[in-house]
Ligand binder design. Structure first.
Ligand code: FVH
Length: 289
């Protein structure tokens, strides 16, 4: 018997298995491509001959595969073996996928915890690796000591969909930031300014702008987007036209920046010109309803 079985040894699964081993846990591993198992076997892991053997080896099963379909494909045939155990699924997915997985795991007679990893593989095992968990509180409390080997654990609640909701929402913030950075570097690059020269200005500007986000939180939670406004939506919508026009003039694609312009225009048309930019969140929430 092992303490933990790790299913999936991609870049992240390997880091997870190694972090458990470093904390002295007995670890059994399984991966589709056997060569990756040999790397962690050299560090002390036991290699299972098949998925069912891996599942039966441990009370705690940690899966980290490409997508949820992979998890179903890999663990589906071993459903009976899950009975009486806890599955922690750290595969990236949607809240709906997590809830469906939770139902399937319960039908197998097992406990389910979904997880969202806010770290890249080299960070795993350090305190800066934040990992969200949601699902069975009883199972989380029982295994938290082992899961803490991976980084800083944050349990969000019994709804299995909470961890992926927090995960993808943080990723949404990250990709929004990255989109703006790409646009800035494309514009300056066209003018012959090197990324190395421009990047320090960009990073310090972004850090300064982050300082205004706590005020957004207050405005969104209170519903009042008009208090202490220093850069109103109407002014920003007019200035934003220049960002789009300058991109066109420099023959830089506007595919990343046009959606934001459309949203700003909708906000102004809805009478929000004097409000803060935070007011746009309401327009997004209403979309599709
Ligand atoms: N790496 C990262 O920076 C991010 C950090 C945040 C969390 N993500 C998510 O973690 C999941 C795994 O990511 P990964 O980086 O380990 O991904 P890969 O290195 O590409 O490994 C994929 C593993 O999945 C196995 N796999 C894929 N398809 C199948 C299949 N049809 N049957 C069985 N296994 C399959 C693959 O096996 P192999 O190719 O080695 O045989 C790897 O074990 C992911 O959800 C990220 O979004 C990572």
């Amino acid at each position: 018997m092992s303490d933990i079985a790790v299913i999936g040894l991609g870049a992240m699964g390997t880091a997870l298995a190694e972090a458990f081993l470093e904390k002295g846990h007995a670890v059994t591993v399984w991966n589709r491509s056997a060569a990756k198992s040999e790397l962690v076997a050299a560090k002390g892991a036991i290699v299972a001959r098949n998925v069912e053997e891996a599942v039966r080896s441990s009370p705690l099963i940690v899966a980290c595969l490409l997508v949820y379909d992979t998890v179903h494909e890999v663990l589906g045939p071993a459903g009976d073996a899950l009975s009486g155990r806890t599955l922690v699924n750290l595969t990236n997915g949607t809240p709906e996928q997590a809830r469906a997985m939770s139902v399937w795991v319960a039908q197998c007679g097992a406990d389910y915890i979904d997880g969202g990893i806010m770290a890249v593989p080299p960070m795993i095992g350090g305190q800066n690796a934040l990992i969200f968990y949601s699902g069975s509180k009883q199972a989380f409390d029982g295994h938290a000591g082992r899961l803490d080997a991976l980084g800083t654990s944050k349990y969000l609640g019994e709804d299995a969909g909470l961890a992926p909701l927090y995960d993808i929402s943080l990723l949404a913030g990250m990709y929004g930031l990255f989109a703006g950075v790409l646009q800035a570097l494309a514009l300056t690059g066209k003018a012959g300014i090197s990324a190395g020269e421009f990047m320090p200005l960009l990073t310090s500007w972004l850090q300064a702008m982050q300082g205004g986000l706590p005020k957004w939180a207050q405005q969104i939670d209170s519903g009042d987007h008009t208090a202490n406004v220093v850069s109103n939506l109407g002014m920003q919508a007019d200035a934003y036209v220049n960002l789009v026009d300058a991109s066109k003039a420099a023959d830089v694609s506007t595919e990343l920046v046009l959606p934001m312009q459309n949203l700003m225009r909708r906000g102004v048309a809805a009478g929000m010109a004097n409000a803060d930019l935070s007011s746009l969140v309401g327009l997004l929430s209403k979309q599709g309803s």
